[in-house]
Design a binder for this molecule. Sequence first.
Ligand code: PLP
Length: 372
Amino acid sequence: MRFETKAIHSGLSIGNPSKSVIPPISPSTIFEIDADGRREEDLHYSRLANPNRLQFEHLIATLEGGEVAAAFSSGIAAASALLQTLKPGDHVIVPEDVYAGNRKMITDIMLGWGLEADFIHMGSLERIESCIRPETKLIWVETPSNPLMRISDIRGISTLAKSKGIRTVVDNTWPTPVNQLPLALGADLVLHSTSKYFGGHSDILGGALVAKTNDEWWSRIEIVQKMGGAVPSPYDCWMLSRSTRTLAYRMKGHNEHAQKIAEELEKHPKVKELYYPGLPSHPDFELAKSQMTGFGGMISFLIDGSPKDAIKIVGNSKIIKRATSLGGVESTWEHRLSSEGEGSITPKTLIRLSVGLEHPNDLLEDLMNALG
Ligand SMILES: *Cc1c(COP(=O)(O)O)cnc(C)c1O
């Protein structure tokens, strides 16, 4: 079965005895125990498992090509669950431009708890290798990175990590499995904020981890999911499964619109530099092409002017909403540094645009008017 078909049909029959084509939302927190006692695999209490969460977990695992998945109440909850499987003194290598919320989660919570982290430029394998210590347990990859759209070599990093007995996790929130399949490229785990393209309509908060193999580490992740308790509601899981059925076609639209807009914006005299991995001008265009099948809906660009000018330009849009986050059917943009704050390496004149599914010519007109 191909991706589009799997996105529509996977997981629907799990915990769905009535054979409804679309499974019902199961709000019950408790499940009746059989008269002859409880079996390990029976549903019991909804924090541990429930039909809608199992449906979504099966669906996202199938789409990423993994054996198992765990859904969380946000992307950050999924990321921190992964780190909570490590021990104090363990070391992780993280991109210096990792998603700002994950940077703050690591520095404000996990470092205090005893985790050690190096935040580095992930562009060179030698640089990564030089940071590896005996305590290094995990290399974190986010590609394209946020918001600089740097591309990291998933195959090269995973091979290096594997040779040292280290796991690799790829935050696949931006590309989604439609554009990039990290597990097939050698990574061990995939991280998602499903609040973005999986949800796709800016109305669900969620996260997920997917693993290539159901191993001992995975059982620790499951314990943090169930006993840490940062789980999504059955309603959120049902909504996410619903959104995921159109993921492939939404991503085709995001890819197509962003490519067209990036090509036009790049020529604008007020745009000093533009970062989109689908353009030959991107320094990692060849690497991007070797590991992505589409380049996604996110564009970052620097304004030829002051940070105030950048804020003013964002203020001029009529269709594109001034809002953070990404991946919705509606386009959004923001002066990114204003959202990231302290510790960020984002340039002061950078605007980040999430290209939605409106007609691209309407978006281009809005952008040209805003840039003036
Ligand atoms: C938004 C985002 C996250 C965090 O997810 P939440 O659902 O907001 O907690 C993590 N990584 C990336 C790349 C993101 O864009």
